[in-house]
Design a protein around this ligand. Structure first.
Ligand SMILES: [Zn+2]
Length: 406
């Protein structure tokens, strides 16, 4: 696989493709790409004619928009699974952590992930890498950055969030963060207690305080992504009107129906919990806890099916950087979890391409004439072989284009 600069005039003939929303598999299609932008999508193979006009012609099996990982922590390295190694990683200076984040963004792009949403880091490294990734030929996935999140003092989330207190402090902090954060991260609950098989702590914010975060973010033109699991936290998230629920373990159908009605997206992040279940020796989990993990994953899969049936907007996000969750590679894992849960392959493709771009307010959430050519070529149709997602043939990163061009 190579991330490829786009020739000035590229004609790409494919057997089938996915536009970000739906599949097109009724015969060959020719994409005409000029100066990094899709100018035409025509049925049939027009390669010979375009070749005669001096276009560079390429061919392949299956094209889809560049993959999106809607939940990563670039400055964390998911590969080490030893607790001491992970703790030592976090103790490094900002320069070393920034270098780790660059490596994460490069590895993501190599896996066909052209855009990641960084869900928070304490140092603002995500903002730095966002800027570097925009430079032409950076070799990195583009970054949508949540900067530094907000949390309560002495509660979970110190590696990615700052403390806020009363309403005035919430409003002031969110307003300041919104100046350079693409979204505001709200740490609403802690993490799951796997030994107990439940979220055991109380939400960090009540509905009024969470609503204050949302109102301040929306007033500044920013969406809110809420780190949230467990019934109590989910109730607060929906009541407060956040824009996406991250993780959302212990989901229920009533909450899903309210999410659908409010157009509230869900990023279920199976990966970190699935790793703990698949490799219990990495943490030293007991048989009882492994049983809890399986129960949690099965319940999560059932709720994902319910969400799909209800029409909740679903986002593929891996929590890459968590133990055992490797940047880039994890996107195919998470999509596999979607399919194992019973979702159609196209629903998993949508959750990893068009759905996150639409949620982020991208002007071009689908591959269509006028859109920047940010795409991945696969060697086979993922509906026939899902593993083909792990071996992208070509990756075209987001081109640097003037904003006003049409
Ligand atoms: Zn996270």
């Amino acid at each position: 696989m190579t991330a490829t600069a786009i020739p000035a005039r590229l004609a790409l003939v494919v057997d089938a493709w996915f536009d970000g929303e739906k599949r097109h598999a009724d015969g060959r299609t020719t994409f005409s790409v000029e100066d990094g932008r899709v100018v035409a999508i025509d049925s049939g193979d027009h390669g010979a004619a375009l070749d005669a006009q001096g276009w560079r012609v390429e061919r392949g099996a299956f094209l889809l928009p560049g993959l999106v990982d809607a939940h990563v922590h670039l400055f964390l390295d998911g590969a080490p699974t030893d607790g001491a190694v992970r703790a030592a990683h976090l103790k490094q200076g900002v320069d070393a952590l920034t270098e780790a984040a660059r490596a994460s963004a490069r590895q993501s792009l190599a896996c066909g992930v052209t855009l990641v949403r960084d869900a928070g880091d304490r140092h603002g490294i995500n903002h730095v890498v966002r800027g570097e990734a925009r430079r032409p030929g950076s070799g990195m996935a583009q970054v949508r950055s949540a900067g530094l999140g907000v949390k309560r003092a002495k509660r979970y989330g110190a590696f990615m969030a700052m403390d806020v207190d009363d309403e005035a402090s919430i409003r002031g902090s969110v307003q300041r963060l919104a100046a350079d954060s693409d979204e505001i991260k709200l740490i609403l609950t802690g993490i799951i207690d796997f030994d107990a098989g439940a979220v055991t702590d109380e939400p960090q914010f009540d509905a009024a305080a969470a609503r204050c975060v949302v109102d301040a973010a929306h007033a500044a033109g920013r969406k809110v992504l809420a780190h949230c699991s467990g019934a109590k936290g989910l109730a607060v998230a929906v009541e407060a009107g956040v824009d996406s629920i991250e993780h959302g373990f212990f989901m229920d159908r009533t909450t899903l129906a309210r999410m659908r009605d409010a157009d509230l997206a869900w990023t279920p992040t199976f990966c970190p919990v699935h790793f703990q279940w698949a490799e219990p020796s990495a943490v030293g989990w007991s048989a009882n806890t492994v049983g809890n993990l399986r129960c949690i994953l099965d319940g999560h899969g059932e709720m994902l099916r319910a969400a799909h049936a209800l029409g909740v907007r679903l986002l593929v996000g891996t929590d890459a950087g968590s133990m055992g969750v490797e940047h880039g590679h994890a996107v195919a894992d998470e999509m596999q979890r979607f399919v194992e849960a019973g979702l159609p392959v196209d629903a998993a493709l949508r959750a990893a391409t068009g759905a996150p771009r639409a949620h982020f307010g991208d002007a071009h959430p689908r591959l269509a004439p006028g859109a920047p050519f940010e795409a991945v070529l696969l060697g086979a149709d993922p509906a026939r072989d899902l593993q083909t997602l792990r071996r992208p043939v070509r990756v075209w990163p987001a081109p640097s284009l003037p904003e006003a061009a049409a």
